[in-house]
Design a protein around this ligand. Structure first.
Ligand code: HSE
Length: 351
């Protein structure tokens, strides 16, 4: 029985709660995975603690009804660090809003958990872009798992593909559409919608960051480029090292002109080697329609990995969304569970 503490209960954690509620019996029967949510801690939506377990269905109903947990029996103010360190927490699921500048408060939550020998599952990009190597070393030292499949392409297994299935390949170049919001906006603009209406729709659908300038100015894709540089090409890049242009200057005319030339404008994130150094860039690029990335529409994402043994491999799938990112968190929870069932030592799991 895994005791789970949810810190942050926005779209993504609610997506996980939805899946956990719907699939409790199936997860137990198929994987032997049993869970108890022992705390839910948020900064603005209220908190709950119950060592005997909190019903995820009840949490979702409260969010639907009140937009928060204050109306629930036993709602209280809880210090997130106390909940994380509690003996009733085995796994921290960290989904507080992403801050790209300092990675906080997620960074402190994750550090605290790893030091206290708690496993961590997160989809929060801020702590990773600021301190991935440090956090990985902390997890290693504590002998616990630190997993974050959802930081790129939500539940589409962009990280697990490389970690598990492409093991042994070296990747020399990565090119991807890794931001759902901007791909959705560009797709809608191609269909004739205005930039403003398309952005509002992306926000309504839960794709956009709390501050959507992180999406449209390319910061979110740049963060993902840094994470891809570490995970796929063994290079540490600072966010500020990424050459970055967003989509705010892309006009409907640009989109139509590109199409008339057999190309489609996409916000592309690229990690490549130049004179022995790994570099990264994010920019709107007119991609020839013959290339797989050009056919990736809406909130779909894709990454083409150029490998030594297989040439190009492209993975396409959802890049954002509530259930889609909830699935990423679930796959990480199940990976931790599987590791224990197999007797693996989590600190020996790669990244
Ligand atoms: N705002 C991000 C996107 C969410 O649109 O892709 C997923 O990282």
């Amino acid at each position: 029985m895994w005791n789970i503490s949810l810190v942050g209960f926005g779209n993504v954690a609610q997506g996980l709660a939805r899946i956990l509620a719907d699939k409790r019996e199936r997860l137990a029967a198929k994987y032997g995975f049993e869970y108890r949510i022992t705390s839910v801690v948020t900064a603005r939506r209220g908190c709950l603690v119950n060592d005997r377990g909190i019903d995820p269905e009840m949490l979702l109903e409260a969010m639907e009804r009140d937009g928060g947990l204050w109306g629930c029996e036993g709602a209280m103010v809880v210090d997130p660090l106390a909940a994380i360190k509690s003996s009733h927490t085995d796994i921290l699921v960290e989904t507080t809003p992403t801050s790209l500048e300092r990675g906080e408060p997620g960074l402190t939550h994750i550090r605290t958990a790893l030091k206290a020998k708690k496993h961590v599952v997160t989809s929060n990009k801020g702590p990773l872009v600021r301190a991935l190597s440090e956090l990985a070393a902390l997890a290693q030292g504590s002998g616990v798992a630190f997993r974050y499949e959802g930081v790129i392409m939500s539940g589409t297994p962009a990280l697990n593909l490389v970690r598990e299935t492409l093991a042994g390949c070296d990747i020399g170049h990565v090119q991807g559409i890794v931001n759902g919001t901007t791909n959705f906006i560009l797709t809608e603009m191609e269909k004739g919608k205005s930039y403003e209406d398309a952005l509002a729709e992306a926000q309504r659908l839960g794709y956009a960051e709390a501050d959507p300038t992180a999406d449209v100015e390319g910061w979110d894709a740049a963060v993902k480029a840094c994470i891809m540089a570490v995970l796929f090409m063994d290079a540490t890049l600072e966010l500020e090292d990424v050459e970055r242009t967003g989509i705010t200057d892309v006009t409907p005319e640009n989109i139509q002109t590109a199409l008339s030339r057999g190309k489609r404008i996409k916000l592309v994130a690229e990690v490549y080697r130049e004179r022995g150094k790994v570099r990264a860039m994010v920019a709107p690029v007119a991609v020839p329609l013959s290339r797989p990335l050009a056919g990736v529409m809406g909130a779909m994402n894709a990454i083409t990995y150029t490998t030594d043994h297989l040439g190009d491999i492209t993975i396409v799938g959802p890049g954002a969304g509530r259930i889609e990112t909830g699935q990423a968190l679930l796959s990480d929870l199940l990976a931790i569970h599987r590791g224990y069932a197999n007797g693996d030592h989590p600190a020996r799991m790669p990244f």
